[in-house]
Write a protein that binds this ligand. Structure first.
Ligand code: GLN
Length: 485
């Protein structure tokens, strides 16, 4: 059962071929069998899952239908889940049990999805390899020596290894798309404001956005339909008509204008990854898409701009972990200062501390204008690049990541090299645009992802192009050999 797509499982449940209880038991069995190898889950929630499966079966018996009713799914451990540990992969929240559901979790629960667990991630979503997790790294199902990408590495690995068909993730600078690419699954980061951030633990509030990871664009569309939409509890949530991403999946691609930015195909891009993307472009051309070379001249400024703004916001957001209200508290504090200092020193990992320090520095009096304010201005220039490009093209296409998955430990000693693995994804968050990563081939047995970026609220076109591409190719259906049993 594990090799089926969400659409297929849904059809099986509708037809009565199996119950959600049976499907969930199978799913849990596979998760328990493989999680020791992959470390994709921080928590496996057997009891919650079986109770939700029974509830879904009862709802179905009462006549209810719905694509997600009874479907097992995993949440990134950044989403608050009522009564269930929500750790953000940090020692700071190792004992935190959320008292409420994030809106994303509540909506998927309402749609009848069955939560089988919480997935591993980089600590507070800070990383590109899942190696900053307090619970240890996740392994890439395609090669157990390789990283799965990050920060939603647990969700990407879980979907790739068929532990679940769908999972949630979040993307602040590439954290859905980059792990999706490195694990050979499909993942979409929606436009900023499309998916509620309520109950999604904040890293950089002006960049964070939740979204789905799945095998196909079609499955992403089903999940996103349930996740997206206005939420009065998130002040940055935009009031727009309820989306219906499924209805436009099959639109023909004739005449669709695809822009290829020169900056995304230059120095730093692995030549074999480049070859895979060129082949994918030819496939889209055969489907009727029209190509145009474009330029996004401020691309080289995206990584430095991000690492000023994201870290400034992180230092402010993470100030709430003070050892008093919730989270980790040090043993026997001598006084209040000691309580703050030791709780934070012991509760946070090295990467999180590095970022809090840099963020605090760039926000401090005297440096604010030189760094933070300057970065805000560059952010505008980066957004303008995209707005200009979207006057000429419908979508922008390139690789998701400059290389395939690297080896565990390969980049941990040099944070800047690690930060550069997100050069093609980060500008998209600075501009607040939607973007999808789609499996497009392999290099040395490791998956390659193709990224497509759309204009604001153009998720439907991205899913449409990705779906049509997936009807012509089978990269998204390949099964990783390391866990093929
Ligand atoms: N890799 C980037 C970082 O380390 C992006 C992470 C993310 O999108 N959450 O910040």
């Amino acid at each position: 059962m594990y090799d089926k797509t969400l659409a297929e499982l849904s059809a099986g449940l509708h037809a009565g071929a199996f119950s959600s209880r049976e499907l969930t038991e199978e799913t849990l069995k596979r998760i328990h069998a493989l999680n020791g190898t992959l470390n994709a889950f921080i928590s496996i929630t057997d009891d919650v899952a079986l109770a939700e499966a029974d509830a879904a079966d009862a709802r179905r018996a009462a006549g209810e239908r719905g694509a997600l009713l009874g479907i097992p799914l995993a949440h990134k451990d950044i989403f608050c889940t009522k009564g269930v540990k929500t750790s953000c992969a940090s020692r700071m929240l190792d004992s935190f049990v959320a008292p409420y559901d994030a809106t994303v979790v509540a909506r998927l629960r309402q749609a009848g999805a069955v939560m089988v667990g919480k997935t591993n991630m980089d600590e507070f979503a800070m990383g590109s390899s899942n190696e900053t997790s307090f619970y240890g790294p996740v392994r890439n199902p395609w090669d157990l020596n390789a990283v799965p990408g990050g920060s939603s590495g647990g969700s990407a690995a879980a979907v790739a290894a068929r532990l679940v068909t769908v999972a949630t993730g979040t993307d602040t600078g590439g954290s859905i798309r980059q792990p999706a690419a490195l694990c050979g699954v499909t993942g979409i980061k929606p436009s900023y404001g499309q998916v509620s951030r309520y109950g999604m633990i904040a890293f950089a509030s002006s960049l964070d956005q939740g979204g789905p990871l799945a095998h196909s664009a079609e499955d992403c569309a089903i999940l996103l339909d349930a996740m997206a939409g206005f939420d009065p509890r998130d002040s940055t949530s935009l009031e727009r008509p309820a989306p219906d991403y499924l209805s436009t999946l099959n639109a023909p691609l004739a005449g669709v204008r695809i822009g290829l930015p020169v900056e995304y195909f230059g120095e730093g891009l692995d030549v074999q990854v480049d070859g895979v993307i060129q082949e994918a472009v030819r496939t889209l051309q055969r489907l009727g898409a029209v190509l145009k070379t474009i330029s996004l001249p401020n691309t080289p400024l995206a990584v430095p701009t991000y690492y000023v703004l994201a870290l400034a916001e992180a230092s402010s957001n993470l100030a709430r972990y003070d050892g008093v209200r919730y989270g980790y508290r040090c043993e026997q504090p001598r006084d209040l200062q000691d309580l703050y200092t030791r709780s934070r020193s012991e509760g946070f990992g090295a990467e999180v501390k590095r970022r809090i320090m840099i963020g605090t520095y760039t926000l401090s009096a005297g440096y604010y204008d030189a760094y933070y304010l300057k970065a805000q201005k560059v952010r505008r220039l980066i957004s303008n690049d995209f707005l200009r490009a979207f006057k000429e093209v419908d979508v922008i296409l390139g690789p998701t990541s400059p290389t395939v998955a690297f080896n565990l430990g390969e980049k941990t000693a040099d944070p800047v090299t690690m930060y550069l693995s997100d050069i093609y994804t980060i500008a998209v968050n600075l501009a607040g645009l939607p973007a999808i990563s789609v499996p497009a081939g392999f290099v040395g047995g490791r998956p390659v992802g193709m990224q497509m970026i759309g204009g604001y609220w153009r998720e439907a076109s991205l899913l449409n192009i990705a779906h049509r591409y997936q009807q012509e190719t089978d990269w998204h259906t390949q099964m990783p050999t390391a866990v093929d049993r």
